[in-house]
Write a protein that binds this ligand. Structure first.
Ligand SMILES: *[C@@H]1O[C@H](CO)[C@@H](O)[C@H](O)[C@H]1NC(C)=O
Ligand SMILES: *[C@@H]1O[C@H](CO)[C@@H](O)[C@H](O)[C@H]1NC(C)=O
Ligand SMILES: *[C@@H]1O[C@H](CO)[C@@H](O)[C@H](O)[C@H]1NC(C)=O
Ligand SMILES: *[C@@H]1O[C@H](CO)[C@@H](O)[C@H](O)[C@H]1NC(C)=O
Length: 826
């Protein structure tokens, strides 16, 4: 082993997949800050037990299979029975199951709803968390409720949908006690605008003794105005209804016989306050006085706005129930977000198992079991490697991975911009990491009588290995607050070494029939494969990936026709060069294309060559009658936007258009890429073109007019990342985006305008370097009459095409008279 090999810091912390071990170096800022280089004033080794999520996912899945099809009495005019068997049938209950022989008899959830919400909120609840419960669910509504939606609906006799729903609430308690008390341990009263995480709720309830009287909820005493008007004594409370209230069986049985009494003695108009009063009186228990309940049963006070924004929040991750979700569409959204979290937890669990297995096998001197199964695309063995920043060992210079440095700004050696604002991806990734680190650090807060708050990241390093992991080194400023024993608050710095391994790659294949409606297959693309890349911490990112058309014989399907649209004003010599390319690639290559040249009057002072253009095209047309070539004459001063507009006027909605300029050269591989990346109704291709420098500087020795345009390196040109003029799209997308702004005259501006419109329209953009598209150098003379922003843009382009900085520097060094001239003429 190379003795100079990089040694990783002592131990790493590792993030989701949940950390197995972490050691943090802590240094007190207020203490000996002089010993900056010496770590380890205090180091902790935490064994963090990981979640039980996988178990739940599995049992949930098995249960799902075992779920009996339930029948539902929800159709119009079906009589209401109070018969127990009907109640069982409605909720799909198997009478032979009880709390001793089934894990699905833990909880019964009664959702209070109303006729007008059956088709929306109730349906959404039943289709999301309602089906994952360790128990059963039913929706309680007015006697006259009707719906065609398939939900377990119980219409309470003598109850209407009036507000406040006191009668509904009490009658639901009575119904639950009379019909289901023997079969479940806990009974939850829920609103129809709540989201419940059944796995977490199960974990919580299994730690509570249901034979004791419990009244679990978020304790309230009324808000400021109500305080004193609810007829509550100083030490009395109630469980707030919104985020969910849970009674143990014991509580339910003690309260149910008295609901009629309670209904007769209402002291307020608040349903939850009155239920609380009734429970206190007859079951002799208050609502749980626990501060924690606020985060476990989470209520957000933003009303209709709650849970409509970003969901990646500590509150959302922590809670067992979330309230209120007023718009049922957002319940599905929340559900899919939570499912994503669950998938990540179970993947983290998987990594944990693989690692344990690897470690114990090695310790026992046994071979590590083969977990990889290439034929089904499953690779797990690599997940078992050690948690260390030495996972990747470079063998040669090219393999060395660089760390990006991030503080207020980001410094990325691989980026064209040496110093820039951290990208939104970096910022979000960092926020994720920090949230998880803080969660880990504070998991043992209670035991240790301290809380640690996050203040800021002083700096961080980020490194990314495409197949192994994302790695972080963070220097964090934290606030250490000890509240037990000798109280103190000290700022501390902690270094965290983090590694986020990637999970396996999953590939799902779809038959092309399913996607044809939305995605027209442009050129022999027979299949669309969705590749789902799973990073363990970032959201699952989905990529639609098409098999390149080159993979299929051309004869199977004629490649999609590409409509070239070429604006032109004068510059006949350049046009001839363009047409040479067009002839070689498209005409002789028998490509399925069409050419529309939109020719304007040349700028003043240039020869009018419109006739030459027409003549050139006519003669080519004679030789190649199968390719349609058109010249449109516009008798106004040049405007690129107008030219494109006229050109697109020649196309239909279903046509694939390619906006190109006369300075470009292109290859047939570019045409393949256009067909590949331009997808109707879905995606536009914005290639980044390679822009040549002035060959006088960049290519000494080459003849100025005739040199090889396929050369791509940093001396002869650069990727024009700021240009958006060359683009391929279907005409329908141009219309969706809002079309071209024909009020923009001349060159420049219209491309940026269109690009911004496309961004706003939600159409996807595929932007990538296209090595076939080269912008041939020509001297730019910026017209003083241009509008000032266009003039600046033009000057910018002009200066950036002189040559590579290196060549310019060399030239200046070799020719000191340039500097001397500049000094004399500042
Ligand atoms: C639950 O509570 C009951 C009644 O207080 C008690 O008899 C029983 O032992 C408790 N069960 C457990 C598992 O603690
Ligand atoms: C909860 O409410 C606050 C403000 O009332 C808001 O900023 C936050 O985004 C809300 N959280 C969620 C998850 O909607
Ligand atoms: C509910 O949310 C969806 C998606 O944001 C929206 O389209 C719909 O109009 C909303 N419904 C109501 C009643 O606000
Ligand atoms: C083009 O416009 C100019 C000036 O507006 C006019 O003199 C000329 O006749 C026009 N040519 C054609 C072909 O319409």
């Amino acid at each position: 082993m190379n003795p100079y090999q990089y040694r990783a810091p002592p131990v790493g912390i590792e993030l989701v997949p949940r950390p197995l071990k972490m050691r943090l170096t802590v240094r007190s800022l207020s203490g000996n800050s002089g010993s900056h280089g010496r770590h380890g004033t205090l180091s902790q080794l935490l064994g963090v037990s990981t979640g039980i999520f996988l178990g739940f996912i599995l049992t949930a899945a098995i249960r799902h299979l075992m779920l009996k099809p339930h029948m539902c009495l929800s159709l119009r005019n079906v009589p209401i029975y109070d018969d127990k068997n009907d109640a069982y049938r409605i909720i799909g209950f198997d009478i032979s199951k009880d709390t001793h022989n089934s894990a699905k008899n833990l909880l019964f959830v009664g959702v209070m709803t109303a006729d007008k919400y059956l088709d929306t909120r109730a349906k959404a609840v039943y289709e999301t968390w309602g089906k994952q419960l360790p128990g059963k669910i039913a929706f309680f509504s007015s006697e006259t409720s009707t719906t065609n939606v398939d939900i377990p609906l119980i219409r309470l006799r003598g109850v209407d949908d009036s507000y406040p729903p006191q009668k509904k609430s009490f009658m639901m308690i009575k119904y639950m006690a009379e019909h289901f008390a023997d079969h479940f341990e806990f009974f939850m009263r829920a609103d129809d605008d709540i989201y419940v995480r059944p796995d977490k709720l199960e974990l919580f309830l299994r730690s509570v003794n249901s034979t004791k009287a419990h009244f679990i909820g978020q304790a309230g005493k009324g808000n400021q105005e109500e305080f004193g008007h609810l007829s509550l004594k100083m030490d009395e409370n109630f469980c707030m209804g919104g985020p969910g209230v849970i009674m143990s069986r014991s509580t339910l049985l003690q309260v149910a016989p008295h609901v009629r009494d309670c209904l007769k003695n209402l002291w307020s108009t608040h349903e939850d306050v009155e239920v609380g009063r009734c429970v206190r009186k007859y079951a002799k228990v208050p609502c749980t006085w626990s501060y924690e309940m606020q985060s476990i049963l989470y209520h957000n006070s933003s009303g209709t706005e709650a849970f409509t924004g970003p969901l990646k929040q500590r509150e959302v991750h922590r809670a067992i129930t979330l309230h209120p979700i007023k718009n049922h569409t957002h319940l599905y959204r929340l559900h899919s977000y939570i499912q994503g979290l669950n998938i990540r937890s179970s993947e983290a669990e998987l990594v944990h198992f693989v690692r344990e297995l690897t470690k114990t096998s090695e310790e026992a001197g046994l071979p590590v079991p083969h977990l990889d199964n290439p034929s089904s695309g499953i690779y797990l063995n690599h997940l078992g490697t050690d948690v260390t920043l030495q996972k990747w060992v470079a063998d040669s210079e090219e393999e060395v991975l660089y760390w990006d440095f991030v503080s207020k700004a980001a410094f990325q050696p691989g980026s064209a911009n040496p110093r820039h604002k951290p990208t939104s991806g970096m910022t979000e990734g960092l926020a994720d990491v920090i949230r998880d680190v803080m969660e880990i650090i504070n998991r043992v807060s209670k035991e240790r009588g301290r809380v640690i708050d996050f203040k800021e990241v002083l700096y961080g390093y980020i490194r990314w290995h495409p197949t192994l992991a994302l790695e972080y080194i963070l220097d964090m400023l934290l606030l250490y607050k000890k509240y037990r024993g000798k109280k103190m608050t000290v700022p501390v710095r902690r270094h965290a070494y983090l590694q986020i391994p990637f999970g396996p790659l999953y590939i799902r294949e779809y038959e092309s029939a399913g996607i044809d409606e939305t995605l027209e297959s442009p050129s022999g693309i027979h299949e669309l494969v969705e590749v789902v890349v799973k990073g363990s911490i970032n959201d699952l990112s989905k990529l639609h990936y098409q098999i390149p058309s080159a993979a299929f014989p051309r004869t199977q399907m004629k490649p999609k026709k590409i409509h070239f649209i070429l604006p032109l004003a004068g510059r006949f010599k350049t046009f001839q060069r363009f047409m040479d390319d067009f002839q070689r690639v498209c005409l002789e290559g028998e490509e399925n294309v069409r050419l529309v040249v939109v020719s304007f009057r040349p700028s003043p002072g240039e020869d009018d060559t419109t006739e030459d253009v027409e003549a050139l095209i006519s003669s080519l047309q004679l030789d190649y009658p199968h390719t349609v070539m058109t010249v449109l004459q516009a008798n106004t001063t040049f405007a690129r936007a107008l030219a494109l507009e006229l050109g697109t006027g020649q196309c239909q909605d279903n046509d694939l258009m390619f906006f190109i300029d006369v300075d470009m050269t292109f290859t047939s591989s570019t045409l393949d890429r256009i067909r590949l990346h331009t997808i109707k109704g879905y995606q536009i291709y914005y290639p980044i073109v390679f822009s040549e420098f002035d060959p006088k500087f960049a290519r000494k020795g080459d003849s100025e007019d005739n040199y090889d345009h396929s050369m791509i390196n940093e001396e002869v040109g650069y990727w024009r990342t700021f240009g958006y003029g060359i683009v391929a799209m279907y005409k329908s997308e141009l219309q969706v985006a809002g079309g071209l702004d024909t009020s923009i005259l001349g060159w420049g501006g219209e491309d940026v305008d269109l690009f911004e419109k496309v961004l706003k329209s939600g159409i996807r953009i595929f932007r990538s370097a296209d090595p076939g598209l080269v912008h041939v150098f020509h001297r730019v003379d910026c017209d003083r009459n241009l509008e000032s922003s266009q003039y600046q843009m033009c000057q910018g382009t002009r200066y950036s095409t002189y040559g590579a900085s290196q060549s310019l520097v060399k030239t200046i060094l070799k020719n000191p008279e340039i500097l001397a001239y500049k000094r004399a003429n500042p």
